[in-house]
Design a protein around this ligand. Structure first.
Ligand SMILES: NC(=O)c1ccc[n+]([C@@H]2O[C@H](COP(=O)([O-])OP(=O)(O)OC[C@H]3O[C@@H](n4cnc5c(N)ncnc54)[C@H](OP(=O)(O)O)[C@@H]3O)[C@@H](O)[C@H]2O)c1
Length: 184
């Protein structure tokens, strides 16, 4: 069981542009590895901007099939606000300390991985408590010049450990890193 931050980013380190748009990403065919990745996921966590982006995107879809909540696994949404839900979605709203939430996620995942969907600051909160095991970042061949940061934390000594680097077509490089444990 691993806690993984799996996301796509621009070459200059942003996961959404300054308007919270992903149009820069959706111009491409998505990477081929997602079905294998999601098969091993047992629980998800995301911040409210990401959650609201998914809801808005679903409501823009023009077929019933695409209007459904896309995840079968339980999803924890971090927010200090009261947000709408979808009848088909197993979504749990939480706020504050990520540690008790992570414990609940581990139990629910039952041996499968935990997917930290984003954004970067929320993932940083998990990292602050040593709860982030891996980063899987698919870097697209665009720069955004600003927007939502990939991971606004300094991870330098020890550095991340590169496990694999794969290319997908002529637009993506996927970098899979392990987060080293700090020496006591
Ligand atoms: N490229 C990709 O693959 C990818 C992946 C994921 C996301 N995205 C995009 O990237 C952007 C990320 O947005 P973002 O940086 O604003 O991050 P976010 O994590 O989606 O949302 C941040 C919000 O989550 C809530 N939050 C975070 N930590 C909390 C805590 N401990 N307790 C309570 N609430 C907490 C706060 O909102 P409240 O005001 O609700 O309290 C905070 O303003 C979105 O546009 C999303 O669609 C892209």
């Amino acid at each position: 069981m691993k806690t993984q931050y799996y996301t796509a980013a621009s070459l200059d380190g942003f996961i959404a542009d300054a308007d919270n748009s992903l149009d820069w990403l959706h111009q491409f065919d998505m990477t081929e590895d997602y079905p294998d990745f999601i098969r091993d996921v047992g629980a998800l966590a995301m911040g409210s901007t990401t959650y609201e982006w998914i809801l808005a995107n679903l409501s823009r879809s023009n077929t019933d099939h695409l209007r459904l909540w896309p995840y079968e696994q339980p999803t924890w949404v971090f927010t200090s606000r009261s947000l709408p839900t979808l009848p088909s979605a197993d979504v749990r709203f939480v706020s504050g300390d990520v540690r008790p939430v992570h414990e609940q996620m581990v139990t629910a995942a039952d041996g499968r991985n935990i997917w930290l969907v984003g954004g970067g600051e929320l993932v940083g909160q998990f990292h602050d408590y040593g709860l982030l095991d891996e980063l899987i970042v698919t870097v697209a061949s665009v720069t955004l010049g600003g927007g939502a940061p990939l991971l606004p934390r300094a991870i330098t000594m020890p550095p991340l450990r590169l496990i694999t680097a794969r290319t997908y077509g002529n637009a993506f490089v996927q970098l899979h890193y392990e987060v080293p444990r700090k020496r006591e």
